[in-house]
Design a protein around this ligand. Structure first.
Ligand code: NAG
Ligand code: NAG
Length: 220
């Protein structure tokens, strides 16, 4: 009788161990991992690469991202008018050079997912406004922030870059973001910078105000 019970317990333990190993093999995520992924706050900037308001907006956001890097995901989307007869499949307000600049920035984010590095790249790009969108300047800034330009160039000059751009323009349209720069935090329009002014920013437009909004959204 006693050996019978012992054997049952042993079999039960083996069974539990088996389930544990199976779980590991199937990589069933723990609750903690799930929550962590879900809670990162999306921050989206709807911009045009050769727009002075986008430059001003990204300068502020470069300070914000440093404060909230681990709890948020920053992404830029581009405003343009879809147009099948245009070179890039869309017409950019500041010309084809701007379309090219938009694609360079999208490809940078595609190749390098470190958002701090991406903002360092943008800060470099902004140092010479006239050269935004040019191949040489994108390459120089990319190398300055430690990112080899070859994979980005490959993306820019292929369907990968073009598709990223078109998807991005569609996303701006879907969000009714038609002013560069429009800032969305956690899926909601948060603030606009246009014509040198900030507006529609009820919770403020300083770096500290944006940090606060992101931290509040994270705690929710
Ligand atoms: C579409 O692209 C063509 C070629 O670049 C241009 O001439 C035309 O004005 C564009 N249309 C719009 C609505 O932007
Ligand atoms: C921009 O989008 C807003 C809605 O978000 C709309 O009310 C406005 O008319 C649009 N402006 C232009 C110029 O399309």
């Amino acid at each position: 009788m006693e050996t019978h019970v012992c054997r049952s317990i042993l079999l039960l333990l083996i069974f539990i161990y088996f389930l544990y190993i199976l779980g590991k093999l199937l990589n069933v995520p723990t609750k903690e991992q799930n929550d962590h992924e879900r809670e990162k706050i999306p921050v989206e900037l709807f911009v045009m690469s050769r727009c002075p308001d986008a430059v001003a907006c990204e300068e502020v956001m470069a300070d914000v991202v440093k404060e909230v890097n681990d709890i948020s995901t920053f992404k830029t989307n581009y405003i343009a008018t879809l147009n099948s007869s245009a070179t890039y499949g869309a017409t950019c307000k500041h010309g084809d050079l701007e379309c090219n600049g938009n694609i360079q920035e999208l490809c940078f984010q595609e190749v390098n997912s470190n958002q701090l590095t991406f903002f360092n790249y943008l800060m470099c790009i902004h140092r010479s406004f006239d050269r935004i969108g040019s191949h040489e300047w994108a390459k120089q800034c990319s190398e300055e922030v430690g990112q080899d330009y070859d994979p980005i160039d490959k993306c820019v000059n292929s369907d990968t870059g073009l598709n990223l751009f078109i998807k991005s323009v569609q996303k701006s349209k879907a969000n009714q973001a038609n002013v560069s720069c429009t800032i969305f935090i956690d899926g909601h329009k948060r603030c606009i910078r246009d014509g040198g002014d900030w507006y529609d920013c009820p919770d403020g437009n300083s770096d500290k105000d944006f940090v606060k909004s992101i931290k509040n959204a994270y705690k929710k």
